[in-house]
Write a protein that binds this ligand. Structure first.
Ligand code: FAD
Length: 109
């Protein structure tokens, strides 16, 4: 089986970076593609218990309104997904206000 920690770290990098580069005003095609990507994870993510928790989270917090709205809302929604996992694993919550700096803009020296 895959190394769940390493897989997780790299998957979060991909997902947060993709959300932070999602357009502020996405086209219909971009919205559909983003929803397909998110909805595929509970089926395909190669950590069964992670995938199953994620499926429940998506049912309780559907991403449609945020994807409809665009980058900023999607970044916050995904930060919420990750924080739910952080809490479940006993890790610190991340300040969602820091997402653009962490995943797009970087920090000044
Ligand atoms: P990670 O949690 O991988 O975070 C990487 C970096 O992201 C952090 O260093 C920080 O800079 C940033 N970050 C942290 N929180 C946020 C946030 N809320 N918003 C934006 N950026 C943030 N592991 C399990 O053991 N059980 C599970 O059920 C489980 N479910 C998962 C579900 C998904 C969808 C994914 C992608 C991963 C899951 N994992 C699960 C893996 C787990 O979340 C971590 O990736 C893994 O434990 C490694 O943790 P880490 O401390 O290196 O940092």
């Amino acid at each position: 089986p895959p190394d769940v920690e390493r897989l997780g770290r790299h998957t979060w990098t991909f997902l947060h970076t993709t959300a932070s580069y999602f357009p502020p005003s996405p086209s219909p095609h971009q919205k559909t593609a983003m929803l397909s990507l998110l909805r595929a994870l509970p089926t395909l993510y190669p950590c069964g218990s992670c995938a199953s928790h994620l499926g429940s989270y998506l049912e309780a917090h559907p991403p449609e309104p945020e994807v409809e709205s665009g980058r900023e809302a999607l970044e916050k929604w995904l930060c919420g997904v990750h924080n739910e996992v952080n809490e479940r694993l006993g890790k610190d919550r991340f300040d969602c206000g820091d997402v653009p700096q962490r995943w797009r803009d970087g920090w000044a020296d």
